[in-house]
Design a protein around this ligand. Structure first.
Ligand SMILES: [Cu+2]
Length: 526
């Protein structure tokens, strides 16, 4: 290659790079509906067009069978495949994810039954909606509802590459979200869970309800309680917790450093110990909880579908503390000395990391008639929930991972902080288990739980929705239009309720601006 040609190529590359840099710096960061940018679009559409619509279909990736998920925001099936096979084995699927090569390592089959029993899991700590004085908006913007962005800490799977969706966006990539991933292991597995502390505060992992030794044979602490079993994992440090669980069930993992703030900030997730079965390749992580798309052998023996449901409540005041300063000494003081948890009031109520209406995108319980559906429910908040699925009376089979000697059938199930309930939802239309197909509300009957900062409908509202009541985009087919709630202005209290049903009676006197959503029944009123 001649020198002149090299200079020409180099000059052209330089010009293109300079052009891209100039374009990106001068370009206004226009709001978009997904993968978006600095500020939220308002109003939004209920289900932004899915870039990867094929993610919804049942499929087989790298030999891993993945169930269909017709919801608006299904999980990336390549992530499911990678965590089923192990990120050290699923080389092909791994390329379509941002998981690290060592996020879920699966090694030897110890009991000779066709599945790996040595499992290593690596978790990090991610701050969402954090703040830096150098940037006008939160970094890793994760709205829990339209326009609502409390500061959060969450256990996330170890990832590779950028934390954002792309270099123009401040939206986190899909694996970095609330809640912490559901962990699934098999009874008797040799499990190592490593916390790599990628955060500026000390943290630990306590495995609540899961059978684990207090100390490991080499003297390392294993209970996750700082100053008692071990010292906390400092920023940049790591610790490996080891379990060989003898009992099955639905359990809880959480940080035990300053738990009154760290658990509530989001460092809390579900861990499930599944029954040992031959060829039982488990979906080791369920990102964002919700539908389990590769279920255990035991689940497939008994149930038609399975969902993981994590409820939590949040005090706006606590979550704002990490958005006020970039000085970790000030933040530590504000959070651990000045904040009075006994005066706490929760304004936000979440199911699987989102409040209504975002729960409609990824946290519906989608069913069909005459099915048995397994629901694993955990409450990682600080108030009891009183879970009520309209149109159904589920059977409670387990509390805190222990099977009840006598199952209980109820239509309101109380679940206190840290407690777990396992439910069977039978969709047989017999007037007891189910009243028949529909798009049935499912919510916390403790009334604040259906609000977001006092505004209804919000909170942890979701639906038990039969497939025949689902639109093509995965949003429930309802009598009224739910679009008005996909708008930050609604949760700022700027939109009068019922105004479109009768603008004279309920409007604020101003003619609605073109394109402004008003109420549930906008189509009927016109
Ligand atoms: Cu912590």
């Amino acid at each position: 290659m001649s020198d002149k040609f090299k200079r020409l190529v180099f000059g052209s590359v330089l010009a293109v790079v300079a052009g891209v840099v100039y374009w990106s710096l001068s370009r206004p960061l226009a709001p978009t509906t997904s993968g978006g940018s600095i500020v939220d679009a308002e109003p939004e559409v209920p289900c932004p067009p899915l870039a990867n619509a094929e993610w919804r279909a049942a499929q087989t990736i790298d030999g891993v069978e993945i169930e269909a998920d017709p919801s608006c925001e299904p999980d990336n099936p390549a992530v499911v495949a990678a965590v089923v096979k192990g990120t050290n084995r699923a080389v092909k699927a791994l390329m379509d994810t941002r998981l690290a090569r060592d996020t879920v390592i699966k090694r030897r089959n110890l009991d000779g039954d066709g599945d790996p029993d040595e499992i290593e899991i690596k978790l990090e700590v991610t701050e969402l909606n954090g703040f830096s004085p150098n940037i006008p908006d939160p970094s890793l913007l994760f709205p829990i509802a339209p326009g609502i962005t409390p500061g959060l800490w969450v256990f996330t799977p170890k990832v590779r590459g950028m934390a954002t969706t792309n270099f123009l966006s401040n939206r986190p990539q899909d694996l970095l979200r609330l809640p912490a991933p559901v962990i699934r292991v098999e009874q008797g597995d040799h499990v190592k869970i490593t916390l790599e502390n990628t955060h500026y505060f000390p943290h630990t992992i306590h495995l609540h309800g899961v059978d684990h030794p207090f100390m490991l044979p080499d003297g390392r602490g294993n209970d996750g309680v700082p100053m008692v079993s071990e010292m906390a994992v400092m920023p940049g440090g790591s610790r490996t917790y080891e379990i060989r669980p003898r009992q099955t069930g639905t359990f809880f993992y959480h940080c035990h450093v300053q738990p009154q703030s760290h658990i509530l900030m989001g460092l809390a997730g579900m861990i499930v110990v599944e029954e040992n079965r031959p060829n039982n390749w488990l979906q080791t992580l369920n990102i964002g909880a919700g539908r389990v798309r590769h279920r255990s052998v035991a689940s497939r023996e008994t149930y038609d579908r399975e969902y993981d449901l994590q409820y939590q409540d949040m005090d706006r005041e606590l979550h704002a503390l990490i958005q006020k300063s970039n000085d970790i000494r000030r933040t530590a003081k504000a959070m651990n000395r000045d904040y009075k948890i006994a005066e706490r009031t929760a304004e936000y109520y979440l199911l699987n990391g989102h409040a209504f209406p975002y729960t409609l995108r990824d946290s519906l319980v989608i069913v069909a008639p005459d099915e048995a559906v397994k629901l694993r429910v955990i409450n990682t908040g600080s108030q009891s929930i009183f879970l009520h699925p309209h149109g159904h009376k589920p059977t409670v089979t387990h509390y805190d991972g222990v099977r009840l000697s006598q199952p209980i059938i109820r239509d309101v199930i109380e679940i206190g902080p840290a407690q777990r309930a396992e439910l069977e939802l039978h969709t047989v239309d017999d007037g007891l288990n189910s009243y028949g197909p529909g798009a049935w509300f499912m919510h916390d009957h403790h009334e604040p739980g259906v609000t977001t900062d006092g505004i209804s409908p919000g909170g942890d509202i979701s639906l038990v929705v039969y497939e025949s009541y689902l639109r093509e985009d995965g949003i429930p087919r309802t009598v009224g239009d739910l679009t008005p709630f996909f708008n930050p202005a609604y949760y700022r209290g700027e939109i009068p309720v019922w105004a479109d049903m009768d603008p004279q009676l309920y409007g604020d006197g101003a003619a609605p601006a073109a394109g402004t959503p008003h109420s549930m029944n906008s189509d009927e009123a016109r």
